[in-house]
Design a protein around this ligand. Structure first.
Ligand code: 13P
Length: 364
């Protein structure tokens, strides 16, 4: 319990609140393009390209130079460190290209996972030590928000109380440091799709983890109006024989959130977590149609579920850039509608729309 605290200055509160609210403008969500180099390397290899800085740049240029209509449904983009400093072919910084479209640039700041010693295959995340300096630098480069992902796995004895409290503490320290430097923290406790648990177990674990996270954020005096939450949707594990419909997933998800996320948080931007593009859209749509009161915007911050068809269409070839950009616009539009509960299931067909994007212990 705090014996002393201060609120951030009114100017800082206003800046953080405005950024967070702009990201969750109705009908808009986030494009997550912050794959670390090994993760994008696998995608490049699948289209026959080497994992070079220039190939990574060419792929991301394709996304950022899509038609200006992109900003009708994409409010913000999460970048990886290298991408912050890259340019288009004509030398324009990516950050400038995004800003010109009215898209807010953000940055992944966690330094990924390492094993949690003496645990049952659990992890902790790294990157707090020099975080304030890195945030200040990203802010100068034009970023206005950050993201930090802490994955947790459901198993017979996991997530353990130790992993949950570690996640909560790390996310709270991260959020506090980001706010000190004027960046909105996106808080991402990612309860993985891995496992054969049912949806009831996933819901309870989500509730327990989120409750711990918000207790820690309170303990660290994090200004909630200037934050966003990026959680998993509540679904059965990938290996569960019992599948759930979008309306069952939506009910479990919104129930868990209503039990654990304060109303001061302006928005919840779901990760896709290995769902297919169409599943992620249909489930988001259902989440916005439960009829349950929700005080926050409920929208998307998808990586795989916005890019699977783009990769399929591009196939690493310059002549396919336009086709790949069209796939991106289609999915962005579908998710923009879903974030308002206005998507009709199956009405947008994409090249890889039904392909599962699940991979075991996915590293982003
Ligand atoms: P997915 O939508 O592919 O799960 O990625 C979102 C993300 O940013 C994970 O940290």
């Amino acid at each position: 319990m705090p014996s002393y605290f201060e609120y951030p200055s009114i100017e800082l509160q206003n800046e953080l609140r405005q950024t967070a609210e702009a990201i969750v403008t109705p009908g808009k969500g986030i494009l997550a393009v912050d794959e670390a180099n090994p993760a994008i390397g696998k995608l490049l290899a699948a289209v026959g390209l080497d994992n070079t800085a220039d190939n990574r740049r060419r792929y991301r240029q394709l996304l950022f130079t899509a038609d200006d209509k992109l900003s009708e449904n994409i409010s913000a983009v999460i970048l990886f460190d290298e991408t912050v400093y890259q340019n288009t072919d004509d030398g324009t910084p990516f950050i400038k290209v995004l800003q010109k479209k009215g898209i807010i640039p953000g940055i992944k700041v966690d330094r990924d996972v390492v094993p949690l010693f003496l645990s049952q295959d659990e992890y902790t995340t790294q990157g707090l030590d020099d975080l304030a300096d890195r945030c200040a630098q990203y802010k100068r480069a034009g970023c206005r928000f950050a993201k930090w992902r802490c994955p947790l796995k459901i198993g017979e004895n996991t997530p353990s109380p130790r992993a949950i409290s570690d996640t909560a503490h790390i996310l709270a320290r991260y959020a506090s440091i980001c706010q000190s430097q004027g960046l909105v923290p996106i808080v991402e406790p990612d309860i993985l799709l891995d496992g054969d648990h049912d949806i009831v177990r996933a819901q309870k674990v989500t509730e327990v983890v989120l409750a711990a996270v918000y207790k820690a954020l309170s303990d660290h005096h994090v200004f909630l109006e200037g934050t966003l939450l990026k959680p998993n949707m509540v679904t059965p594990g990938q290996g569960s024989p019992k599948r759930s419909s979008p309306s069952e997933i939506a009910l479990a998800t919104v129930t868990a959130l209503r039990r654990s996320v304060p109303a001061a948080v302006p928005g919840i931007t779901f990760l896709s977590g290995g769902q297919s593009e169409e599943e992620a859209t249909a489930n988001l749509n259902a989440v916005n149609k439960t009829g349950l009161y929700s005080p926050w915007a409920l929208t998307f911050s998808y990586g795989r579920a916005l890019q699977a068809s783009v990769w399929r269409a591009w196939a690493g070839k310059q002549e396919n850039v336009g086709k790949a950009q069209a796939e991106l616009l289609k999915r962005a539009k579908a998710n923009g509608l879903a974030s308002q509960g206005k998507y009709e299931e199956g009405s947008v067909t994409s090249l890889a729309g039904d392909k599962s994007n699940f991979s075991k212990s996915h590293k982003y």
